[in-house]
Design a binder for this molecule. Structure first.
Ligand code: KG4
Ligand code: ZN
Length: 349
């Protein structure tokens, strides 16, 4: 069935700890972008607790949808298609969004579209650029993922490499926990690092000089821990954790992460001979990372598109990628299911 008559798409996002809904029109204009964050529910645990997240999604999904329609000044009857993030993410969280989306698609008798959350993070760059950005190297750097893709088109992505342990954002969150500066850790570490010396401590930069497009941050996290607590059985006391020492650790940690992220983007660009880089995900909000990416791209004559702040962290507006699927006739049936894990290659739909 042609989708030409569809004017407004309602998109839902509940893959982790944000309940989000957005209304996007055919020209990719975002008419509303509502995000209900759960960070206060998970703060005391220093990370997202899946069971708490699912329950909060159940409570919030309908008010968030209603608010997205209100802000877009539309009724449900105006909605011509429903999109939902079905992968990857927490299974319970994903299921809440999927159930809401299926119900709406069934009741409204409109197409249902599956969205890959990671691809949507990259598509946020296309939305901001408002012009063709592909082919490009796509980089999603968030709390759950550190993935490099070769993107030949808006919905044709090949995974080039990812983290073999912690994601970059996860490392920020864990180091923030070690330094006791709050959750989510990224913004807290960035703020603390602003007064620190990034060269104070030489932390490890795993795989920096290797060709492989993979990441590893668990060694770095352990190095930070031992810097704070002292190396077990070493007989050496750690330096006192003054405010300045904390800031130096944060700045040195951040510098190590940023160095690796930028180097791997450069390697991916070289290996695939691409001249465009699209970066999305929560960690793309990091200011030093944005600055270093800009410098690297200037030197390598690469066109850089970083998702705007409002589309970096989890949101449903980036699910505007569903328009690309809809226009290609890639809709889903009501038997659509969630895929919590990362699909490494090929198109899962
Ligand atoms: O994309 P996102 O909202 O959720 C996931 O899909 O994971 O990313 C959240 C992650 C968290 O780990 C958070 O600490 C990190 O993004 N983050 C940052 C910054 N803002 C958010 N990391 C570094 N610097 C920031 N300014
Ligand atoms: Zn995300």
């Amino acid at each position: 069935m042609s989708s030409d008559h569809v004017r407004y798409l309602l998109a839902l996002e509940s893959s982790c700890d944000e309940t989000a809904a957005a209304v996007i029109d055919r020209d990719r204009r975002v008419l509303s972008n509502v995000v209900a964050s759960q960070f206060e529910l998970h703060r005391d645990f220093g990370g997202v607790v899946p069971e708490i997240a699912s329950r909060a999604h159940v409570r919030r999904v309908l008010p968030v949808i209603q608010e997205s329609l209100r802000q877009a000044e539309l009724d449900l009857s105006d909605i011509g298609a429903v999109a939902v993030a079905t992968q990857p993410g927490l299974v319970g969280s994903l299921l809440v969004g999927l159930t809401a989306a299926k119900t709406l698609a069934l009741v409204l008798d409109v197409p249902l579209i599956a969205v890959n959350h990671i691809e949507a993070h990259i598509y946020a760059c296309r939305m901001a650029a408002n012009c063709e950005v592909f082919p490009a190297i796509g980089f999603v750097v968030s709390g759950g993922h550190t993935n490099l893709y070769d993107c030949t088109g808006p919905v044709d992505f090949e995974l080039l490499g990812s983290t073999i342990d912690d994601a970059a954002g996860e490392a920020f969150d864990k180091v923030a926990q070690i330094l006791d500066v709050g959750f989510p850790g990224g913004p807290a570490i960035q703020a603390l690092a602003a007064t620190g010396n990034p060269k104070a401590i030489r932390f490890p930069r795993t795989f920096l000089k290797e060709d492989r497009l993979e990441f590893s941050f668990s060694g770095l996290k352990t190095a930070v821990l031992y810097t704070v607590t002292g190396v077990p059985n070493s007989g050496r006391e750690p330096e006192p954790l003054t405010d300045q020492r904390k800031a130096d650790i944060a700045a040195s940690f951040q510098a190590a992460v940023v160095d690796v992220l930028v180097a791997k983007c450069r390697q991916a660009l070289e290996q695939r001979q691409r001249s465009t880089l699209c970066v999305g995900g929560g960690v793309a909000a990091n200011q030093p990372l944005r600055e270093k990416l800009e410098t690297m791209c200037r030197h390598t004559r690469t066109q850089l598109h970083v998702a705007p702040m409002s589309l970096c962290t989890d949101n449903a507006a980036m699910a505007a990628i569903a328009w690309e699927s809809l226009e290609r006739g890639r809709t889903a049936g009501l038997d659509l299911d969630v895929t919590p894990g990362l699909v490494r290659a090929g198109r899962p739909r």
